[in-house]
Design a protein around this ligand. Structure first.
Ligand code: GLN
Ligand code: ZN
Length: 754
């Protein structure tokens, strides 16, 4: 029988059933039993999908009501102190979402994906205690359905590596306390059946910034493998190579190693060692985090080259990572162009691919399968040559552009800009969006569904823009924005207008808890058929005598928040986007827009997991930001916005982007982090957010005065802008109005003082 394997499966449900069940429970419209019922149905459904596709290694405990790291917190009894009086689902959801007595645990990005996990808070005082019930129940649930699952857990080194200590820095110092609980867990699991396969996820091994973890691997896995002969341990990594860890793992008594051969091509180097060790290799060869149909011929040649070093009978064909990061199924996509749809493959379709590939690899194809292979070849061939994708004109233009950056040195530009724009020191502005009210959302929905005409839609949007402008004028803000009501999302809005971009109806991917996002996807060469924001900006600018700031999303962010092509290098796609944006900027300035902000919210999250790859990333990311603003005249002021505050390691790169003004998020992290701007002699203007928009709280005037005074200790007033720390679209007007009024008052007070 063919050997195949799935690292993990999506859990929200093909119609986001879990989301609906959870949100109804949280809103107190249904009981927790209702949630459990939906969860059981989903698990069953998901197991059967995998079984029917012919998958041999199907997981249990990949399901979660919120997050797998959070589940592991419960399993280990690693509950932060402030939740100690809670239990069961109350405890679980309080840690995830907070309750009236305790703020939630932090949440942060899972490696370089857009999934967010809950960050455990640990301390030396903790007394860990095993609770294996969820894992055991889920295993038995599957078994009752006739499915013997492998069990997924997060490994001790990754758990610690992703945790934070409340009492000190070093989380690995807690290994001695955590490891015994893992041992107990394995002991419990060993009682479940005569043979148990246990997948222990250790993605922390792919980060070279965490290489200090290497010294713990040998002892940890010697210890765990020693617990019971009934347990076959698979140590699984993904998203990058883990060659350093593999070198150590081959010398421990684990059963198998799971590696990602798509995003971690260097894993190939470990093959001789794995081959010699006689261990099984879970070969991640089908992309678990993208949407493209596998090129089966290509995958078979990859497997053939792997099998030169590792005995074929030890190779198990697998997804490169959990399919959690891919949308669920193509089944509900009714609007896609049939050619394009034929190039795609979501989680459910990937199951068939993995099954088919493993059969082909082992020469077990039947007639039906052979036909499927032919269809796969055909689809891939059509994608390679389709005119939908390949646009010679775009390629030529992008290849041959020579203007790579704007004219003039920063010092000369800013002088000119200050003369023309004549804004004050400590000039006030906002980051772009204003509250997306229910009415705004409804208008957009109605327009999309054809319930209101384009004219009616635009009328409503313009009314809203009028309101935003009126408020800003009254409030006394100096550089205005139009408020972005016409944008559902800062990437989708541009994707919808660029050629080469596709959209799904149901391609949801879990972002955190019950939240899902539906990223657009880039399938072809990118160009801009016509201006995207110019009419809106002309309208807004005509409504006020003050400066109206134009608003675009930058190339790196557009790229990072989309599914991307796998048939073209990332940097080429990014350059195509940049060239399209450069035309937009030119059109905006020719229409009289004097300040244009190019948001790079996701610039930092695009950083590679491996240090060795950072230089290459920074090079094209900076190149393409500069290309996108290359046509800006000296007197056109370019702003950028970034959604974070830690600039220490990338300050030179940011400076090289050569924006005239950068607004950043500092409100939550204090001014410590801002010192880097001073230390490095950063010369461009900076707008460190003076209050936190992520909370509904209205900051007081005094608070903001203090914040500005603190900023002035670090940066001179002529270099400072005053603004909130991000866009206001998730906030309500009741919060936004007083907050911005207080911000303007605070600036007045500070100006009088100095
Ligand atoms: N201009 C965008 C807004 O205000 C920026 C948002 C972001 O960077 N996340 O919504
Ligand atoms: Zn932001």
């Amino acid at each position: 029988m063919s050997k195949n394997y799935i690292v993990g499966f999506p859990r929200v449900g093909e119609k986001r059933e879990l989301k609906k069940a959870l949100e109804s429970f949280w809103a107190k419209n249904s009981s927790f039993n209702e949630v459990k019922k939906v969860a059981s149905e989903l698990k069953k459904h998901h197991w059967l999908y995998q079984k029917n596709a012919g998958i041999e290694y199907i997981s249990s405990n990949d399901f979660s009501l919120y997050d797998n790291m959070l589940d592991m917190i419960v399993t280990l009894g690693a509950t932060a102190k402030r939740f100690k009086n809670l239990e069961n689902e109350e405890l679980y959801f309080a840690m995830a979402r907070g309750d009236k007595n305790a703020v939630a645990l932090e949440m942060t990005k899972w490696f370089n994906t857009n999934y967010h996990y809950i960050v455990p808070e640990l301390s030396l005082e903790d007394e860990y205690k095993l609770d294996a019930s969820k894992i055991i129940d889920e295993y038995n649930e599957a078994k009752a359905l006739g499915i013997k699952t492998k069990i997924n857990i997060i490994g001790p080194l990754t758990f610690l590596g992703l945790s934070k200590r409340v009492d000190a820095k070093d989380t690995y110092a807690l290994l001695d306390k955590i490891l015994p609980i893992y041992k107990e867990l394995l002991k419990e699991l060993s009682k479940l059946d005569a043979k148990i396969t246990l997948q222990i996820d250790e993605p922390i091994f792919v980060k070279d910034s965490e290489l200090r973890v290497l010294k713990f691997i040998k002892n940890t896995y010697d210890t765990l493998a020693d617990v019971s002969e009934n347990i076959k341990i698979v140590v699984c990594t993904y998203f990058e190579h883990s060659t350093e860890a593999t070198e150590i793992l081959v010398d421990t008594p684990i059963w198998a190693i799971g590696l990602d051969f798509l995003y971690g091509d260097e894993n190939i180097k470990s093959l001789p060692l794995i081959g010699k060790s006689g261990k099984k290799l879970i070969a991640g060869v089908v992309d678990g985090r993208n949407i493209w149909k596998n090129d089966i011929s290509k995958t078979i040649s990859l497997l053939d080259s792997i099998s030169k070093k590792v005995d074929k009978k030890n190779i198990i064909v697998s997804s490169s990572c959990s399919l959690l990061h891919a949308p669920f199924t193509l089944k509900y996509e009714k609007n896609l162009d049939s050619d394009i749809k034929n190039w795609l493959s979501f989680a459910v379709e990937k199951l068939d691919e993995i099954s088919l590939i493993s059969k082909l690899f082992l020469d077990e194809l039947n007639e039906d399968d052979k036909e499927k292979i032919e269809l796969n070849k055909k689809a891939n061939k059509s994608r390679k040559t389709s005119a939908l994708i390949h646009d010679k004109e775009v390629q030529n233009r992008v290849e041959n552009i020579t203007k790579l950056q704007r004219d003039g040195k920063y010092e000369d530009r800013i002088k000119l800009q200050k003369e023309i724009l004549s804004y004050n020191d400590l000039a006030t502005t906002t980051i772009g969006s204003f509250p997306q009210t229910p009415e705004v959302r409804k208008a957009r929905r109605d327009f999309k569904s054809g319930d209101i005409s384009k004219l009616e839609y635009e009328k409503q949007m313009k009314n809203y823009i009028d309101e935003c402008i009126k408020f800003q004028e009254k409030c006394g803000i100096e550089v205005l924005v139009h408020g972005e009501p016409e944008r559902n999302d800062m990437v989708e809005y541009f994707g919808e207008q660029l050629k080469g971009y596709g959209f799904t109806q149901n391609g949801w991917v879990q972002s955190y808890g019950s939240r899902c996002v539906k990223p657009p996807f880039i399938y072809g060469d990118i160009s801009r058929p016509k201006p995207m924001t110019v009419d809106w900006m002309i309208y807004a600018a005509s409504k006020s005598d003050k400066i109206m700031k134009g608003m675009l999303t930058g190339p790196v962010t557009i790229l990072n928040w989309s599914f991307i092509r796998d048939d073209k290098p990332k940097d080429e796609v990014s350059k195509q986007i940049a060239v399209s944006l450069s035309d937009e900027i030119d059109d905006l300035q020719n229409a009289g827009i004097k300040i244009i902000q190019v948001d790079e919210a996701a610039f930092k999250e695009g950083y590679p997991l491996r240090d060795a790859k950072i230089e290459v990333y920074e090079k094209w990311a900076v190149r393409d930001f500069k290309i996108s603003v290359s046509k800006a005249k000296k007197e056109t002021q370019i702003h950028t916005h970034m959604c974070y505050s830690e600039f220490n390691d990338i300050i030179d790169t940011i400076e090289n982007m050569d924006a005239d003004v950068i607004s950043i998020e500092t409100a939550r992290s204090g001014n410590e982090l801002l010192k880097i701007f001073k230390q490095t002699g950063y010369k461009q203007e900076v707008g460190p957010g003076v209050y936190d928009i992520h909370s509904p709280r209205v900051p007081t005037v005094e608070e903001i005065v203090k914040q500005i005074e603190m900023l002035l200790e670090v940066l001179p007033k002529k270099q400072l802008w005053i603004n909130p720390d991000c866009g206001l679209k998730t906030r309500k007007w009741e919060e936004v109005k007083p907050s911005l009024e207080n911000m303007v008052k605070a600036v007045k007070i500070v100006r009088e003082k100095i």
